[in-house]
Design a binder for this molecule. Structure first.
Ligand code: ADP
Ligand code: MG
Length: 687
């Protein structure tokens, strides 16, 4: 349970003073629902207010604070013309305070004639005159001191002013309690960080306060690391099964190639882990095409040889079917039963599979998350492999680990090269194997960037490619991130290509029903269709070696890591491949630079680093929508600078005080709750 001390921070924002229905939408758009959300909605910049008593010495263009006395009103000549309050400073210099679109009653009431007020706003030159349009503050002279010289500027949404946001931040701060210190004392001293509440107050008061910001960022990173360490601890406390296959099945494999050194190394590391009685928690990282499937198969066979079962989880149905096919092909001739289970297997087929799993006649099960539903009982699950893990979250990983009586060994495979910082941040509980070497004989992929306005040329090139016996993907962009409109775009493109290419065009998108999707994939894999129009459903894993051209529409709207994934669909056969990126006509500098980088390099790790800098962690990990990867306080720079010490700190704390019972342990619990890592606290004994 969340400690009481945090309750005020988790109060609904609707309880704040002055928050009525009018603010509901603007706040919702910013994701501000509770006091803590506002507390962590830190200002993005600031204005320095020039306090002065002479207009003639103030610079136009700056925000000033000054004592002024209204001397006259000037109503606008027309309904649209503004209402002006003419005012003077103590030295007789004049300025117009300008109010648009209001009836004049309000400014008259706010600024009665001959009553001095402290006024702040941006001073502008308007012809020969000075003006302040809609002053930010109009206060009685005695309240002048309440306006800070440096004022924070917040991220806003329509209907929410900065003044209002500042007021909400102040209310959130008023609710923020002093919290016990969870940061390791020597680190705190070395960094000279303020205590949590101080840091929060300082970060709101002065967005330039790097030290305060850094502390808050550290807290967030630390909470994340600690949560992962708790997952690790809890997983390692469970008993697993030591698995050492005798190699008899693996010896029967007839592979047309020898494993790369990197594959050999990874397989060795996995065998070493599986031989232990504590469950393996290993992340296998390898760029698209680096050969993760073979590594997975070896691990699965290792389990089967030892009389255990293996399960392989894929993020999409297409991919599950493809893995099923691939594994069966690779293992053909072996006495190994490999089955598939997705949401689509129903009735008798499903029953039979469930039976086979329960009685052990099925050795390996491939599927979507259907394979870890309640009804699915394994006789002896020894290994779970999750492919393309970036679609799954820590919570799902935890659920998986708790599936069997004896925890299965867990191998997670990511196709997205993830920068080291992010690996630690999101997979910090796991050991890592990297496939840093590509299988030999890879054909190069040439990447070209073209303006979408040259579509006719693109289609001509596509025609030449197809007439020469080639196959191609045509990827349609994300539209507004809604699957419906993606689908519409893809359907429209397929229609227009059909006008020229007829039945040689296939279509696949996420909204299609399973059998339809399969049929489309199968027709393309069998070379019956030559052009596959698709949404990003083909992003992960899909493998049709004969397809050596990929055209990506609206390339500037994709993340770099995503483009890299898509590009990895080609370059898998024996022909050189081409990736054609179609871009919009009016591209900004950044977009240009990003596409240029795609042209320049095929190094997934470099691309991922850039994407992290440009678009943030959610993009790189593909979890933007789920929100899991969103850091609220820590920037990528913070993460790079702080993740190592946060990790060490969390590790040390768990080692000394695995139950988080000591005073500092208790404080750390508070930190976990503050960042809503409740599930991780739940993993503590009696937590
Ligand atoms: P990933 O899942 O890592 O993207 P795959 O496992 O799908 O990559 O492998 C990509 C292709 O490379 C497949 O066609 C596979 O058969 C082939 N392959 C895997 N390992 C090797 C190897 N050691 N030598 C040659 N080809 C390999
Ligand atoms: Mg794969």
């Amino acid at each position: 349970m969340r400690p009481d001390i945090l309750n005020p921070l988790f109060a609904e924002i609707s309880l704040f003073k002055g928050v009525g229905p009018a603010l509901a939408r603007p706040l919702e758009r910013l994701g501000l629902a509770r006091a803590v959300d506002v507390a962590f909605h830190l200002p993005v910049s600031w204005v320095d207010r020039h306090l002065t008593d002479r207009l003639d010495l103030a610079d136009a263009g700056r925000v000033i604070g000054i004592m002024l006395t209204p001397v006259d009103y000037r109503a606008g000549g027309s309904a649209r013309a503004p209402f002006r309050v003419l005012a003077a400073d103590a030295h007789g210099n004049g300025v117009a305070l300008v109010y648009f679109g209001r009836n004049s009653g309000w400014p008259r009431k706010l600024l009665p004639l001959n009553e001095a007020k402290f006024i702040s706003g941006k001073l502008e030159a308007y012809g020969d005159n000075l003006q302040i349009v809609h002053p930010d503050h109009v206060l009685p002279p005695e309240e002048a001191g309440t306006v800070p010289a440096r004022e924070s500027v917040y991220g806003l949404s329509e209907g929410l002013t900065n003044n209002r946001m500042r007021d909400l931040a102040a209310q959130a701060l008023a609710r923020a309690p002093d919290l016990p210190e969870w940061i390791e004392p020597s680190l705190l001293a070395r960094k000279q960080w303020p205590a949590w509440r101080d840091a929060l107050a300082r970060a709101h008061a002065d967005p330039g306060d790097a030290q305060a910001r850094e502390r808050l960022a550290y807290d967030e990173i630390f909470a994340g690391q600690l949560a992962l360490m708790l997952v690790r601890q809890s997983s390692r406390r469970r008993r697993g099964v030591s698995i050492q296959g005798d190699g008899r099945l693996r010896a029967m494999l007839k592979l047309p190639f020898a494993p790369t050194d990197a594959q050999r190394r990874a397989i060795g590391e996995i065998e070493g882990d599986m031989a232990q009685a504590t469950p393996m928690l290993r992340l296998l990282q390898g760029d698209v095409g680096s050969g993760k499937t073979l590594v997975a198969l070896m691990a699965l066979l290792n389990a089967v040889e030892a009389g255990m079962q293996g399960a392989m989880l894929a993020p999409t149905e297409i991919l599950a079917r493809q893995h099923h096919e691939t594994l069966r092909k690779m293992a053909s001739g072996l006495p190994v039963e490999i089955a598939i289970l997705t949401g689509r297997e129903k009735g008798k087929v499903r029953e039979a599979t469930l039976m086979g799993l329960a009685d052990g006649s099925i050795d390996i099960l491939v599927g979507t998350h259907a394979i870890f539903q309640e009804a699915v009982r394994y006789k002896a699950l020894g290994l779970a492999v999750i492919d393309e893990q970036h679609r799954f979250g820590v919570a799902q990983r935890m659920m998986l680990a708790s599936k069997a009586e004896r925890s299965p060994h867990l191998l997670v495979m990511t196709a997205t090269p993830i920068p080291r910082t992010l690996t630690l941040t999101y997979y910090g509980e796991m050991d890592v194997s990297r496939l840093d070497e590509m299988p030999p004989g890879r054909q190069p992929i040439q990447t070209l960037v073209m303006a979408a306005s040259r579509l006719d040329e693109v289609v001509d090139a596509l025609a030449r490619h197809v007439d020469g016996g080639g196959q191609a993907y045509w990827v349609c962009p994300l539209v507004e991130e809604s699957e419906t409109s993606d689908q519409a775009a893809a359907e429209a493109r397929a229609e227009s290509l059909k006008m020229r290419f007829g039945e040689r065009v296939g279509l696949v998108h996420g909204r299609m029903k399973g059998p339809e999707k399969d049929a489309a994939m199968e027709a393309f894999a069998a070379n019956r269709t030559r052009i596959l129009v698709a949404t990003t459903v083909i992003e992960v894993g899909v493998d049709v070696p004969n397809s050596s051209l990929i055209i990506i529409e609206g390339a500037d709207r994709f993340g770099l890591a995503q483009l890299h994934q898509l590009r990895g669909r080609v370059g898998r056969g024996d022909k050189p491949s081409t990736c054609l990126l179609l871009r919009g006509n009016a591209l900004g500098e950044t977009s240009r630079a990003r596409l240029a980088l795609m042209r320049e390099t095929n190094d997934g790790f470099r691309i991922a680093e850039e994407d992290l800098k440009l678009r943030g962690a959610g993009e790189v990990l593909g979890t933007r929508q789920s929100g899991e990867a969103q850091m609220k306080l820590a920037t990528p720079e913070h993460m790079a600078a702080l993740v190592d010490s946060a990790r060490d700190d969390a590790h040390l704390l768990i080692e000394r005080d695995g139950g988080l019972d000591s005073p500092r342990g208790q404080a750390a619990r508070t930190c976990l709750y503050l960042f809503e890592k409740d599930a991780a606290v739940g993993l503590l004994r009696g937590g």
